[in-house]
Design a protein around this ligand. Structure first.
Ligand code: NAD
Length: 414
């Protein structure tokens, strides 16, 4: 995974003629932490875990990125995702750097009390390097508003009242309006810009969505509200299709109870893997990494892919899709709505002031659309694809800031 993000970075660095030493500076993580966590569980067992936090770059501000509680979490994974966060925050121009981390655990096998204890011990270990002006964690896979509340509480024990140490908190504990749907809303915003350029409208398009969790469900709902037909949705256990458009509100209600789209009566079932080749104008992979690979890229029939997930397209698949003429709106642009509203949450916490929901949606829409137009402009000017253009924009911003902080006599070469 680390090699994929480096691949895309180097492709853009070639366009910028970036010298090797600058590439090394920008790719090297600022700090990587690995901590040993031992807890005594509720049933008196000694449990042992490893926690990670990779802080990739802070040239443009405090570092920002999620915490993932998953057995696959390790330094390489955290490093790759931290790296992506640096470019993502730069593309949407929020004043943050990039970080990522987590704990190698299966949270589903832990009681709520053990999970709270584990989270608090992790905070104890990393408290000196996180903080509102240093590094601000957020939810990621298997972490949520409840985990963020524990982090805020534990950190505040050491440092005093500090709501701005994490984002993605519950609304009643200094969270922000609009945070939950933010990534989906950002996806809707960038798709709106792409359609505008093609003189098309939401009412002209059909959409297939892979993943119906936080990102996929809200993206589907908001895109359907604009008038598009969501013709197929798939999750880990199956898919459901309806050529006239699925009733997304009803599907969300079904999933809230059944935990899967499987069995939903408002469409016909299909095999989850078939979603990638679905006959639709737009495909939104919003599940896991490497969903579109060399094995299935040829099957893609959509003309536009909006990457809701992080890293859903492998470099080999990316190449195949470009040859087929598919427009890919890359992850570091398409799913940046979440970190953008996290920025609004942090801002509100620092200001001790609450913004109204409409203001959040308006500001998010402006920032996402502006980022799309900036990336598209570079893509057009340089004749490069949107992913490479997004990296060009991000690398320029990060490199300029990073080098301006150290150069004394020399001009920044960008
Ligand atoms: P989630 O856990 O809420 O939902 C994940 C969804 O993917 C579920 O519906 C699950 O059933 C489905 N899924 C898992 N494996 C699948 C498979 N093999 N085939 C089809 N569906 C499968 O997670 P989320 O928060 O929606 O995140 C999804 C992706 O978006 C991740 O890559 C995450 O890193 C990325 N992302 C999330 C946010 C955010 O704000 N939540 C922001 C940026 C990026």
């Amino acid at each position: 995974m680390l090699s994929d993000s480096h691949f895309y970075f180097n492709k853009a660095a070639d366009v910028l003629n970036l010298a090797d030493n600058i590439r090394d500076i920008l790719l090297s993580p600022r700090r990587s932490i690995k901590v040993n966590i031992v807890i005594e569980s509720e049933n008196n067992e000694l449990l042992h875990f490893t926690g990670y936090r990779v802080q990739h770059n802070n040239a443009r501000g405090p570092m920002k990125g999620g915490l993932r509680f998953h057995p696959s979490m390790d330094e390489d994974h955290a490093g790759a995702l931290a790296n992506l966060m640096t470019w993502k925050t730069a593309v949407v121009d929020v004043p943050f750097g990039g970080a990522k981390g987590g704990i190698d655990c299966d949270p589903h096998s832990l009681s709520a009390k053990d999970l709270s204890l584990l989270t608090r011990r992790f905070v104890e270990e990393i408290k000196d390097v996180i903080g509102p002006t240093r590094d601000i964690p957020a939810p990621d896979v298997n972490t949520n508003a409840r985990v963020m509340s524990w982090i805020m509480d534990e950190y505040s024990k050491f440092e005093g009242f500090s709501p701005a140490v994490v984002t993605g908190k519950p609304l009643h504990l200094f969270g922000s309006e609009g945070r939950e749907e933010a990534t989906g809303r950002g996806i809707m915003n960038v798709l709106a810009e792409a359609l505008k350029e093609q003189n098309r409208d939401f009412s002209d398009i059909s959409v297939a969505v892979q993943g119906f969790g936080n990102v996929g469900s809200h993206a589907a709902r908001l895109i359907a509200e604009q008038g598009a037909r969501i013709v197929a949705v798939a999750d880990h256990s199956g898919g459901v299709a309806n050529p006239d458009g699925l009733d997304i509100a009803a599907l969300m209600e079904w999933v809230a109870i059944e935990k899967s789209v499987k069995g939903f009566a408002g469409g016909t079932p299909f095999n989850s893997a078939d979603i990638i080749g679905w006959h639709a104008d737009v495909l939104i992979p919003a599940a896991m990494e490497a969903a579109i690979t060399v094995e299935n890229a040829e099957q893609v029939r959509a003309a536009i892919i909006v990457e809701g997930a992080n890293g859903p397209t492998t470099p080999e698949a990316d190449e195949i899709l470009h040859k087929k003429g598919v427009l890919i709106i890359p992850d570091i642009l398409a799913n940046a709505g979440g970190v953008t509203v996290s920025y609004f949450e942090w801002t509100q916490n620092i200001q001790q002031f609450r913004w109204e929901h409409q203001r959040i949606n308006d500001e998010l829409g402006k920032m996402m659309r502006k980022a799309y137009r900036s990336v598209h402009e570079i893509s057009r000017e340089k004749g490069i694809d949107m992913r490479t253009a997004a990296f060009v924009l991000a690398i320029r911003r990060v490199a300029k800031a990073a080098l301006a902080r150290v150069y004394i006599n020399t001009k920044v070469p960008l």
